[in-house]
Design a protein around this ligand. Structure first.
Ligand SMILES: *Cc1c(COP(=O)(O)O)cnc(C)c1O
Length: 384
């Protein structure tokens, strides 16, 4: 917006001037408004199709009568529940309004003008946004090539080679969104062993529960004592089904947690979210059911698409990156008209792909039917 010759864009800090806003999955209500479609399935934001734990929903209702009070800034109950869950001292935890908030805290505490973060090509978009917003540079390392066993995944050797004296943070998503690719425990340990201690390695484990059955995948929480520069982030938005409430956290050395906590807004996790997260953490049955359902659907849908001649990337998440070809944009539009919302990932350097968040079996069948229509219209290529 310009007033006379004044452009506010010129007044913004350089990092923000050059940013593109994060593109979320299209909300159902928006599709209904814009396309006049009803009977919509949203498979675009990697949410849990089984919904939240009933115990979490009950905790929110119970929290409602206390909403005139500020939440506990220290997230006392949630902190102690998670400390017990992970067998870590409570002072190793830092809470965020979603784990994106925690990623932002890392950037605000450790990055700034003259400093660099290393990220991988095709990595989750928030790392670059958090980095550039505070005036630091995001160095993008090449990813695995398309014919690699883990196509488009992080190349830790390339990432390591990007580290310089100005590097303060490395962001690693394991598994990564939107590729679904994952790193093995051995690869990660070799990398951590070679990284200078003054570089903070952020390991984003948003999809950890979906990845545990994948070959070579390991949980890295026990490494925190060995690598004081390691920060592991987790979220309640995915397997726990609480994306709408916004709770995430970091696990780190108490020293790093203390620094993140200094940059944190005092009441960044609301009272309903804290109560729901404690309840969700305690509902193991809901988590197991969610993992099992995802495992079955991930295998089933990938097998069908592969059989149909489509390149589906191996995934350790609750989503699939599917190569539909040159006309991915048109396929996406076609799916929207059929009431099926998926995510185009051209902005991630993958213009031939669409990302499908796995839903229930009936939701996934809706996607497969809509894709079949797009194929009949000649929009879908053979990609394998
Ligand atoms: C979804 C996602 C998150 C979680 O974000 P929240 O802010 O916790 O909702 C974090 N990292 C990655 C890679 C994700 O895909």
């Amino acid at each position: 917006m310009a007033v006379d010759s004044l452009s506010f864009c010129d007044l913004a800090v350089p990092g923000v001037r050059d940013l593109h806003p994060y593109q979320p999955g299209k909300p159902e209500a928006e599709l209904a408004r814009e396309y006049g479609v009803t009977d919509i399935v949203k498979l675009a934001s990697n949410e849990n199709p089984l919904g939240p734990s009933p115990r979490a929903a009950a905790a929110v209702r119970e929290a409602a009568s206390g909403l005139h009070r500020y939440p506990e800034g220290s997230a006392y109950e949630l902190r102690h529940a998670l400390a017990a869950h992970h067998e870590l001292p409570p002072e190793c935890l830092t809470f965020g309004n979603g784990s994106n908030d925690v990623l932002d805290l890392v950037a605000r505490a450790f990055l700034g003008p003259g400093r660099e973060a290393v990220i991988a090509r095709h990595a989750f978009a928030v790392y670059a946004i958090a980095t550039r917003t505070v005036g630091a540079d995001a160095l993008v390392a090449a990813a695995n090539p398309a014919d690699h066993p883990r196509p488009y995944g992080h190349d830790l050797t390339a990432m390591g080679a990007c580290i310089s004296g100005r590097t303060r943070v490395v962001f690693i998503a394991n598994p990564n969104n939107p590729t679904g690719s994952w790193l093995t425990g051995n690869e990660l340990e070799d990398f951590l062993a070679g990284v200078p201690r003054e570089v903070i390695v952020v390991l984003d484990e948003a999809y950890v529960d979906y990845a545990l059955d994948r070959e070579g995948y390991v949980q890295c929480v026990p490494w925190l004592t060995r690598y004081p520069n390691l920060v592991i982030t987790r979220t309640f938005s995915k397997i726990y089904g609480l994306a709408g409430l916004r709770v995430g956290y970091a696990m780190s050395s108490p020293e790093i947690a203390d620094l993140l906590n200094r940059a944190r807004h005092p009441f960044n996790v609301n009272a309903a979210a804290q109560a729901a997260a404690v309840a969700a953490l305690g509902d193991r049955e809901h988590i197991d059911r969610s993992v099992a359902s995802n495992r079955v659907e991930r295998d089933r849908v990938a097998a069908i698409l592969t059989e149909q001649g489509l390149n589906v990337l191996p995934s350790a998440g609750n989503f699939l990156a599917i190569e539909v070809g040159e006309q991915a944009h048109e396929v996406h539009e076609r799916l929207l008209h059929a009431g099926v919302i998926v995510r185009p990932i051209a902005g991630y350097g993958m213009p031939r792909f669409l990302r499908l968040s796995l839903g229930t079996d009936t939701e996934n069948d809706r996607f497969l039917d809509a894709l079949a229509e797009a194929r009949q219209a000649g929009l879908v290529e053979r990609t394998r």
